[in-house]
Design a protein around this ligand. Sequence first.
Ligand code: SF4
Length: 736
Amino acid sequence: GIPANANLDWKKAPCRFCGVGCGVLIGTENGKAIAVKGDPKSPVNKGLCCVKGYHSIMALYGSDRLTHPLVKKNGRYVQTTMDEALDLVASKMKETIAAHGKDSVSIYGSGQWTIPDGYVASKLFKGCIGTNNVEANARLCMATAVTGFLSSFGLDEPMGCYEDIDHADTFVLWGNNMAEMHPVLFSRLLDQRMKRGVKIIDLATRTTRTSMAADKSIIFNPQTDLAIANAICYEIIANGWMNKSFVDEHCRFSKGLTNMGYGLEDNYAFTDKPEGISFEDYKDFLEDYSPEKVSNLTGVSVKDLKYLAAHFGDPNKKVMSLWCMGMNQHSRGTWINNLVYNIHLLTGKISSPGNSPFSLTGQPSACGTVREVGTLTHKLPHGVVANKEHREFAAKIWGVPVENIDPKPTYHTVEMFRALDRGDIRFMWIQVTNPMVTMPKLKRYRDGAKKEGRFIVVSDVYPTPTTDIADVILPSAMWVEREGLYGNSERRTQHFEQMLEPPGEAISDTLQLIEVAKRLGYEKQFGYKEDTHIAEIYNEYRRHHEGKKHNLAPLEVLKSQSGALWPYVDGKETKWRYNSTYDPACSNGKDFHFYGNKDGKAVIWQRPYEPAAEEPDADYPFWLGTGRVVEHWHTGSMTRRIPVLHQSMPHSYVELHPKDADRMQIKTGDKVKLTTRRGEITLPASVNERGVPAPMQVFVPFFDESMLINDITLDSFCPISKEPDYKKCAVKVEKV
Ligand code: SF4
């Protein structure tokens, strides 16, 4: 409780945790954060928070905060000063580049980077050093959403916004345990059900808290969502529910390559070859996907498949599809994203209030920093390295010769860690992420990072399994201990000011990068003033986006309100893109204009069902999937330092279906050994305690660093997005 006589200074910030981007108010007194509450003025959460948001400030005060730089000497960490540590980082970078070339150094960041962090990382590595070895952990969670949007619409990020929730009649959740992962947004759905009687339909491979709260729960066999989406499209056309005039005017049909593998071998390369097809071709393709034909494969009854399709087909209903990792961490993730867009395009239920296909993000700035700043190997701020005009534009703003920017992307995340293992990369700087918990097939990449001749720098706020592999550990200022900006799932850019002093010698990731850049000789490009550097960086970054399609709001606007949706044009946010009623960039006089594609049309893709990279067999008869729990955020490095969250979920577990548990005489709490082709791990069982997987499936949360489930997962990925499939591999289950 807050003492009645407390005289707190309340300031606004976006929440530190998930991509919903709730607005919070933080009360400080005598240099310490004392209280946190939901910001009633925030249009995102309207005063609400979830259990993580309400306890977020406690993550600042864990007893083992990193406060001083540490350098590994003779196998032990020795404290040093920030100046000396940054000198060492810069000299190791120079040494590595001199010995092995510019592509031997790399940076791996995250969707928890603020926009300025990611921007200066990209400017230093891509613009100044001249390597595209820049990646971020959003490759592990959002890359598929990006390729899905790009291939269907030519531009990334959702066309709608959270306000769609106030207008939709039906919500279809695809692979999205929203009640636990995006709790405040899910409460907005429940609120609408109370007020207006909307329907919530949950499609998942296991029973979760979301499916328990839904009006209808449909459980399907892993990977077969591809066939389900095609069955819905089949029904829409067969029943005459297609919005023909919308499709004729605003869509075209296409197909790409198939049987393209799963990226399991090093240096895997894949380039799709899209080919235009006719509506008749597409209709013929769908003949194999009638509900009757796919019911067995999917495990969903014909009746339920028709029920689903009818919700999309009803001309009087507005429908929102919402998805997250179930569809993105998928070996055919880009395809399943395309297939959901197909449903919305065929029915014309898109880009208007209540009609949005909506991909949700997990991190506070996965959209803002990774997708918009472009901290992925192939990207530039508002552009791609392969495009000459984009390179020229970026080089001009960065003040570097255009030849510095390499037109060829280098490594996506899995390949970057493979390159570190092989020795093609020798120096890696990891900021605000924990890959030694999150990489699939983790053992290979942990062993690779520890090899002789590798130099690893880790910037973070607490010790983690990733700081364990570091040669230099840099303590970072966290969240409101520095000024910054995040971009959330609905294209909302939000600013927060510095409210607290960071502990010890900790400084922001932005300042760490600027200091190293100056030591590398880039004083001119990084000559920001310390007291105004965030404003200078944001204003410079905004220049990359000038134009109606992605204009960002001025900093003063972001400071004065709970952020703003981009495109921000003539003092106004854009709530629904591509729709001329709402979007000032629609200038062709038509009702809709998908201006990301040259012909202004969205693409309806022919995408077949293909099996997963590894499926259960006689030796490994169960499916294994991984994910999160509401109490912990990602790898738990912050939430496990919050006593109330840690006590309510102290360790990981393996969920089993009661039938499997009975057959193997396993009860909750019994030790269970999981074995895959990569190794084994032992965890306590959970039967009917929380979620329930389907028979012959198990589910394990990944937040617990003492039980590293990723030691046994598979590093297959979607060939188009390069995002790993954490939801499916084959596993043997035994009682210990
Ligand atoms: Fe924070 Fe996400 Fe919870 Fe909102 S829903 S309070 S953003 S963790």
